[in-house]
Design a binder for this molecule. Structure first.
Ligand SMILES: [Zn+2]
Ligand SMILES: [Zn+2]
Ligand SMILES: [Zn+2]
Length: 306
């Protein structure tokens, strides 16, 4: 068991299988982590008179915002279905991802701008070993936060956590760039951090666009994954009495999938037999595909289709 897994077990305990609580955990770990980083960087920056540390401190503080979006997203997204929203509120998760991804684009823009400025007007900064070490500690801590979020995001298939993870990572890299800038300046490479910063900002922007694309596709409604189609195909084809099937459609509401399909059966079945067959297919799919609502329509083989 690795460290991240251990934390999840320790803190979530029995709630450990719920995506909602995984979201809360990531959100709170991020908020507390960023506040610790803020205080750590701010006061050591004040003490050492380092403007770069103080500026970096406020970057960490602003990251608290994205984690609040994560927590709100999971809180609202896990509300049960109600009269206005009979399909539940799960898709709010994707809206949270969109918001965080747009904030990520702002971070990328910001980094690109400051990197260009440093490229155009390179500044000689005094190398200070203590500041360098503090920056590296902050970098490592923030990179761990990113990895923890990615771990949770992958385990619970939660895109807002992946988006937030990239926020953490962008902050970690920005901190690392400040450290590299210190070393570069000492060695006489005054443009090193600026050059790296431009590349990193492109990477962050690319991740942001990718997250926006996948969340948007989900909200527009996309074709079911090959994996899901294969799973349904296996179930339907292997139900005795089903000759074939067509018109499979899946509507994914994040916390629930609505699946409909037509099965083709022998013309001579009684209505009851055909209905029983449809029920069997429904039950099989529901049993094997988590959180699915299934409707099966029956077509007699060889009859006209409308
Ligand atoms: Zn509602
Ligand atoms: Zn049909
Ligand atoms: Zn029925």
């Amino acid at each position: 068991m690795n460290f991240n897994e251990w934390i999840v077990k320790k803190i979530l305990g029995k709630k450990g299988d719920s995506k909602k609580y995984a979201g809360y955990l990531e959100g709170w770990v991020s908020i507390i982590g960023n506040l610790i980083l803020f205080l750590f960087k701010y006061f050591s920056g004040l003490y050492l008179g380092s403007i770069s540390l103080i500026a970096d401190a406020f970057h960490s503080l602003s990251d608290v915002l994205t984690s609040v979006v994560v927590i709100l997203g999971f809180k609202l997204g896990s509300k049960p279905a109600d009269k206005e929203h009979p399909y539940g509120h799960g898709r709010i998760e994707q809206i949270a991802t969109l918001i965080i991804a747009f904030l990520l684009l702002i971070v990328a823009y910001d980094l690109a701008l400051s990197s260009f400025n440093r490229l155009l007007k390179p500044q000689k900064v005094e190398f200070d070993l203590l500041i360098f070490i503090l920056l590296i500690i902050s970098f490592l801590f923030k990179e761990w936060m990113a990895r923890f979020s990615i771990y949770l995001g992958k385990r619970f298939d939660a895109s807002p956590l992946i988006a937030d993870a990239w926020h953490h990572r962008s902050d970690a890299i920005a901190t690392l760039l400040v450290a590299i800038g210190l070393v570069g300046s000492k060695l006489g490479f005054y443009r090193l951090d600026g050059i790296l910063g431009v590349f990193v900002s492109l990477l962050i922007a690319w991740v942001g666009v990718d997250l926006i694309k996948s969340a948007t596709n989900f909200l527009i409604g996309e074709a079911p994954s090959d994996e899901l189609v294969k799973k349904i195909d296996d179930i339907v084809i292997n139900t005795p009495g089903v000759l074939n099937y067509h018109d499979l459609s899946v509507h994914d509401y994040q916390n629930e999938k609505y699946i409909t399909l037509h099965i083709e059966v022998d013309n001579n079945l009684t209505v009851k037999e055909a209905h029983d067959l449809a029920l069997r297919v429904q039950d099989e799919i529901k049993a094997k595909i988590e959180n699915s609502q299934v409707t099966v329509h029956v077509d007699p083989r060889g009859e006209r289709e409308d």
